[in-house]
Design a protein around this ligand. Sequence first.
Ligand code: GAR
Length: 227
Amino acid sequence: MKNLVILISGRGSNMEAIVRASSREAWPARVAAVIANRPDAAGLAFAAAHGIATAVVDHRQFPDRESFDAALAREIDSFAPDLVVLAGFMRVLTAGFVDRYAGRMLNVHPSLLPSFPGLKTHQQALDAGVRVHGASVHFVTSQLDHGPIVAQAVVPVRTGDDPAALAARVLEAEHVIYPRAVRWFVEGRLALDGLRVTVTPPEPQWFFADEAAAAPVDTQSITGEGT
Ligand code: GAR
């Protein structure tokens, strides 16, 4: 049985998707704790209601990133984690913290990395005029929103989308790929080769949302058949 520690900063809907999938699919893992850097993180209530240990390490109580990260690591390690899951954890982490959990810390980011790291990713996507956007689950490295990609979800950008509409479509896809990626990790199915991550036995590491709603492709005009 592997121990998961999930870090959140707010709503915690990805954490909730992982907790629900782990019990529905009877993973060989348990969510040992949910830790927030804000006492008012809404997701803490869901975790507590599901019998999961919760803790708060409030970043505002620390003079610098190093001391906050050291306190956070102490709290995390008290739950003996096999995997640390960043689920909407909105803090930049020090290199020392990232190194401590190298190869055993995942993050979900609301864009198709390496496009649009950082904040306001949906606005960035709209401004860039991309026609597809999405989410990525990746191993955390000391470069912000960068690291070996475990799974990606692609969603369409629709005419008339605003950042909120796009965010909602991406979030739905996050709730599909993040539990899937965490399950692969706890089943010991992920292998890392440089920036490349493989799953054994193989499973698609991508997910296309809204496939059914996509416009039908006119294969005749593409292939030239029938002319
Ligand atoms: C999610 O969209 C997640 O991808 C994003 O914050 C949201 C958290 O939602 N994370 C980042 O932007 C990290 N760079 P949630 O609290 O409901 O899971």
